[in-house]
Design a protein around this ligand. Structure first.
Ligand SMILES: [Mg+2]
Length: 264
């Protein structure tokens, strides 16, 4: 536990880790105040590609959590970095929210709606504005062998009252059933999600911990990147899941409040 005091950069999941819906989890406020007082760094690492950075910052502000652009790294941003390395200014067909399209357009990509025009990549995100027309166009492209990238592998997204709704991974599974094609998944658990932030902040991996509520994304990401992983039981993962999973976290806490009590 003592080694957690040496962590200089916490990479935190949001849904189920620091808040559920619009309600902050008990202890989160104190946790961030402590990090600020101790001059430690935190970045929110989210797989949710349905919202843009600005929307997250607004939400955090409403919840009284201090954050700016420097404190955010989303799967949409990671997807843009990944695609840029493959081809600058590529043209994309996006099964995603208007906010995701806007974010990719800002990064210099051409967002194409007409699937008969030249398209380099199909990008699928957590599309809370999904409709049949988008699915039809995606299938059209997949059946023609287009390169296929998805922002995140999450199957479900938690909402309040213990409800779970389809996330990007479920949309991709539907497309897989229809076309037998699978995407390259960006976002957690890819180790690049940690490595990119480690480089940006110039903080070595040994001083970084990933904190999250989901084993196959958050904890797996920490394991893949070779950093400490902390599982909180305020979201998807239940205590009994820890014994069965192949993704064993370095630490398990009931909530972020317990983590706060260790580092304070
Ligand atoms: Mg979560």
């Amino acid at each position: 536990m003592e080694e957690l005091k040496n962590i200089q950069l916490f990479l935190l999941d949001m849904d189920g880790t620091i808040y559920i819906d619009n309600k902050l989890i008990d202890g989160a406020q104190e946790f961030f105040e402590t990090l600020i007082n101790q001059k430690k760094n935190y970045v929110f690492l989210t797989n949710n590609s349905s919202k843009g950075v600005e929307q997250y910052l607004k939400k955090l502000k409403n919840l009284n959590i201090k954050a700016n652009n420097e404190n955010m790294f989303t799967s949409a941003q990671a997807t843009a970095i990944f695609l840029k390395e493959k081809k600058d200014k590529a043209s994309l067909y996006v099964v995603g929210t208007e906010s995701l399209k806007k974010e990719l357009a800002l990064q210099g990509f051409i967002i194409e709606e007409d699937v008969n025009k030249h398209i380099d990549y199909l990008v699928v995100g957590y599309d809370t504005e999904l409709n049949y027309e988008k699915l039809r166009k995606a299938c059209y492209l997949l059946n023609r062998g287009i390169e296929y990238v998805a922002t995140n592998p999450d199957l479900v997204c938690p909402t309040g009252d213990n409800e779970f709704i389809p996330d990007c991974g479920s949309i991709c599974n539907m497309l897989k059933t229809a076309t037998n094609r699978e995407p390259i998944y960006i976002g957690k658990p890819r180790k690049e999600m940690v490595e990119i932030v480690s480089n940006m902040k110039k903080i070595p991996l040994e001083n970084i911990a990933v904190v999250g509520d989901r084993l196959y994304t958050d904890i797996a990401c920490g394991i893949n990147a070779g950093v400490k992983s902390i599982c909180v039981l305020t979201g998807e993962t239940k205590k009994e899941d820890i014994f069965e999973t192949e993704f064993k976290p370095s630490y398990v806490f009931n909530s972020i409040k317990d983590l706060y009590n260790i580092i304070k």
